[in-house]
Each structure stands twice: as structure tokens, then as C-alpha cells.
Design a binder for this molecule. Sequence first.
Ligand code: OOG
Ligand code: NI
Length: 482
Amino acid sequence: MNHTFINSDAIRHKFSKAMSAMYQAEVPLYGDLLDLVAEVNAEVLSLHPDIKEQLAHTGEIDRLSMERHGAIRLGTADELSMMRRLFAVMGMHPVGYYDLAPAGVPVHSTAFRAIDAQALNQSPFRVFTSLLRLDLIADEVLKQEASSALANRNIFTDTVVSLIERFEAQGGLTAEESEQFIKEALETFGWHDKTPVSKELYQRLLEQHGLIADVVGFKGPHINHLTPRTLDIDTVQQGMQARGIPPKAIIEGPPKRECPILLRQTSFKALQEAVRFKKPNGEYEEGHHTARFGEIEQRGVALTPKGRALYDQLLSQARKQLGATPNADNASQYYQILEKAFDAFPDDYHTMHNEDLAYFYYQPADGEADINSAMLSLEEAVDVQDGAAKQAINALIEKGAIRIEPIVYEDFLPVSAAGIFQSNLQQDKQSNYDGNSNQHEFEQALGASIYDELALYKEIQAQSLKECINALSSCVQKSDYV
Ligand code: OOG
Ligand code: NI
């Protein structure tokens, strides 16, 4: 290992800052949204010392202001696999598979992000990355035109590709190389107002699906939104209206709760932007395109498979009861139904922990604890499995020797993602594709397998228990000598 290499976490952090600066310059409304979120977060932290303390315990307090995700849409398997290699330079790996075809969006997706808790706290930057599914287009002629337009584009600069290769060969990048990498990688995500396709082809692509036009019609996968993390999404949603940032009608995800779960999201509508379409004679003609928007999100505790099944069940129950896609006209009715449905989801961390609904960090509590008797149950916890171990852990929690803190959800939700996609497409066609979900095909295009997000949370929880038990036993051993 060469000590002159720059750590991938540091490259990711710098890249994420550079991306945010670029997007603020390109979409000024995003800058306004950042100001609003910073104000609301500061207010929440000053009014709720308990939330501040919790975020300090989980290590999230320092990352809050740098917390954001972005999204891109790719056209081909080659683009996706090079994108995987590009993100790997920044310690970002594909986590989770999302099939959006059943919701009428012809893509499947993953999220590139850091995977261990420490790296996530250093820079939680992630990118929701979708691959267009041309196989879902029935019109053979259009499909052919789309494929050849995609085959003609190269979304990466030659320099970034050679830096990626150098990273892979050397196992890292030097300071100078990593600066160059950030600059060159950023090029891929920038906006191009001159399109490589004719207005006529663009129109036909648009009629097929807004997303197809957005991918096939452009030189590269412009970042289509960046999303800061807020501690109070309801207040930001109200504040958006007041500041002339038009929000979408519905906050996606679970309802407002005491103990937030998973992820709640809302966005402001995509802007209509001027673009120039290439004419056969090489000149350009005026037109416009709608793609780029801003989004905010509030993150809560990651759920276990059992908790996630309950979430999915309650959400779909609420949507069925509403009998329509949630929209501006039925918003308050939808929230009422949703809140009622989620009465069935316990809203305190200890119950969620006892019922195995969510993942938690185990930490030695700061308070006075009866360490010696706690130690007796601790020995049990180390020796026994499952049920009994859980009992011992719970005894330690009750005695005040161990505290639990929520492990934050780092991923996305397919129903919410579909809602975000739909709200930004020009046409309101609510369709669905019945092509099968195919994680295997996605992984083949990616050139790697996807991490299972649930396994990652489980591992973080298990690791924290191990460290907690070690810390407590060393405490007990020390106290033996006093
Ligand atoms: C991605 C939409 C999904 C999210 O946060 O769920 C998304 C896109 O529009 O490309 O960003
Ligand atoms: Ni998003």
C-alpha cells in the first residue's frame, strides 16, 4: 500500500462538494433549498437536544450538512459498468436493486454508496443510478434508432477512463491524480444544452416515454437532482411554498412519526429548460426539455426484513384504500388513511427493538450502571444464542448499561422512487410494464454483483454489539482491580 494515495472517502467527499457547487450554479433553486434545509435543521437541533444527542451517538451529527444524494439515468450496459468503476474510485459500491417497471418507469436501478458505518459518516454521498430498459419499447424502429443514438455517444472523458484504469492498477490515486479525477469525472454529470439528436427524433422518444427522451436525447447523464437531508421534512415542505419553490403534492414514504423509519421524500418540480436540437444541416433549432429538479428527504431507522414487510403491507393497504394514485386533490385524505394504517407500526425504539422491526447500534451507556450484575447477564449474552441472548441484552438495556440508537436507513424505496420519477415526467400516463424484474441481467450489465442492503445493516448491528460487549467487559475487569 502506497502511503501517498488519497483515501477514497476523501475523494468522495470532495467530489460530492464539487457536484453540489456545480448543481447550485446550474440550478439556483437548489441553492435556495439548501439554505432552507440548513435553517430548519439548525432549528430542530436547538429545540430538540434529544435528537442532537442521538445524532452525536450515531456519528451522524457531523455528516448532516454534507448529506446528499443525486440521481442519474444511463443508456447502456457499457455505460453502467464504467460508471461502477468510476464510483469505485470514490469507495462507492452498488447496493440494492430496484425494479421500477411495475410502476410504469422503464428502468431498473441501484444506488452507489459507501458501505461501512465509518465511511458513511465521513461522506454519505450516494447516487441513485438507473439503466434504461429499451427492451420494454415495443416499437422496433424507434428501439433501433434509440440504440444507435446511444451507441454513438461516449459519456466519459478519455482522461477519466485512464485515471480509473490507473486507480485499478495502482490501488489508489495520488493527490494530483485525484484532483484531476474529480474534475474529469464531474464532466460526465454536467448539463449539455445542445442535443446530439434531431427535434423530430426527440419528439418521438418523448411520446414513447419522457425518460427515454431524457436518456437517449442527450450527450451525457446529467445529474437530474441532488437531495439534502432534513430533520423535519414537513416544515421544509411548508417553507418551500413560502419561498416560491413549488413542491410536489405528496410526501412519499411513511407518515410523520415520533421515531422516523426508512425515508420520507418530496421534491420541487422539474424546470423547463431551453435546449438546442441538431438539424441535419449541422445547425441547431430551439426547443426545451424538462428533467432537472430538487428533492429533500428525511431519513429514519433501517428496518429488518420483518419491519420492512410490515411497512410494505401498511403502505399498500393505505394506497388500496385510497383507490387512486396520491395527488394534490386527495392529499389530505391520503395522509389521514396513511396515518391510520401506520398505527399498526410501533412508534418507539424499544418496542421496535423488542419486536425485531428495526436495526440498532448497541453502545455502552454513559450513565451510572450496575456493572457487576450486568456482567452476569452479559456472560449469558456471549454464551447463548438468539432468544436468550436477546433477553440478556434487554436486561442490560433495562439496567442502563447498554443504550440502543437507530441505524439510519441509507437506501431508497421503489414506490417512493417511482413517485419521484412520475412527478417529473411531462405526461401523466400512468402505465405499467410487465417485463420481468431481472436483477441478474442488471448485474451482468454492471459487471459485478449488488450488495444486499439488509445484510449490511445486520452486519453493522452485530459489529456494534461485539464492540459494546468488549467495552463493557473491559470496564468490569478494570473495576475488579479498584
Ligand atoms: C431517480 C428518482 C428516484 C429517489 O430519491 O428515490 C430518486 C430519477 O429521477 O432519476 O431519486
Ligand atoms: Ni432522489
